[in-house]
Design a protein around this ligand. Structure first.
Ligand code: SF4
Ligand SMILES: [Zn+2]
Length: 309
């Protein structure tokens, strides 16, 4: 292995910066495989080198608060306890260019609950924000395919509910703008298919699909936007094949490129997916030695363990 812009052997250069490439023990979990599916460089920096931004961007904090508010409302039944979560997570001073702020998230949350409350009362809640993992080895009895899926996968869905005697996933999303292609993007959404696969195996019956509770919230608009996606066996089978390939590819890349950032390609289309990617300044630095130094100096070590999330 030789890369011209590193001043010494790659292993030594990494060690000098205290960068320790490791394959997470849960390399089959949804966060990591979804990340790899999107951008190999992101997967390398976030999961293999395990470096994360010292303070998460406001978009991430906003999303985390939104999910926590739903969880607290479900567990405590108290709207004021749910709104208190916004005070804990969202800094008071922030009012970003999309109009997201501590008070705006509370208004959007109340609007969303009021809009969906009577509809959602029909659901019997099975579990909320619970990390789960399924393993369907070759030869196993399986709800999807004879002879088992030969796959292990884990993740944490927002909510699993029973409605009219069928299992459904609920997913809470926020967005700052309407997206005309949102429905198309959701059809083969690997996150939803992965959750459906996990909970179908654990429950011994198929999850029918995903009910998305999406709320558009910006300076001028609040708009709850319902969306339902019924998941077919064909989609799950396609997802299983993709997932098997992805898991093999993650391990192959790790074995061959643990000390070689260049072996994990960037995805320029991904850089602005949810606003600017937090690794943008690293990825746009031209030489690998400077990229690694920046990662070591400006990001903190955080090893992924989805059971601890
Ligand atoms: S900035 Fe772009 S290329 Fe770099 S990790 Fe993020 S999505 Fe990937
Ligand atoms: Zn199976």
């Amino acid at each position: 292995m030789s890369r011209r812009d590193l001043p010494m052997a790659p292993q030594d250069f990494y060690a000098a910066l205290n960068l320790r490439p490791e394959l997470p023990k849960n390399a089959h979990d949804n966060s990591m495989t979804s990340c790899a599916n999107w951008c190999w460089r992101l997967c390398y920096q976030e999961y293999i080198l395990a470096r994360r931004p010292a303070s998460p961007g406001f978009g991430l904090q906003y999303g985390r608060a939104w999910h926590k508010m739903h969880e607290v409302l479900h567990k405590s039944g108290s709207m004021s306890a749910a709104l208190d979560v916004a005070d804990e997570i969202i800094p008071e001073a922030i009012d970003d260019k999309y109009g997201r702020s501590r008070s705006r998230i509370k208004e959007a949350f109340i609007a969303q609950i009021n809009y969906f409350e009577s509809l959602d009362k029909r659901f019997e809640v099975v579990c909320v924000e619970q990390a789960a993992e399924a393993h369907c080895p070759e030869g196993a009895e399986c709800v999807y395919q004879w002879g088992g899926c030969n796959l292990q996968h884990g993740g944490k869905a927002d909510r699993l509910v029973r409605y009219q005697n069928k299992l459904w996933l609920i997913d809470y999303k926020t967005s700052t703008r309407k997206d005309p292609s949102f429905a198309d993007k959701m059809v083969m959404n690997p996150q939803f298919l992965g959750y459906a696969w996990i909970y179908s195996h654990l429950m011994g019956e198929k999850v029918w699909g995903t009910i998305v509770r999406r709320t558009i919230s910006n300076k001028s608009n609040f708009e709850p936007e319902p969306y339902i996606n019924v998941i077919s066996d064909g989609q799950i089978k396609q997802w299983i094949r993709n997932q098997q390939e992805l898991q093999v590819e993650i391990k192959r890349r790790f074995e061959q490129h643990a000390f070689d950032m260049g072996g994990w390609p960037t995805n320029p289309e991904g850089c602005w997916r949810y606003g600017k990617c937090e690794y943008f300044s690293v990825c746009t630095t031209p030489d690998e030695a400077s990229r690694l130094k920046q990662l070591a100096a400006e990001f903190v070590e955080h090893r992924h363990d989805y059971y601890a999330l």
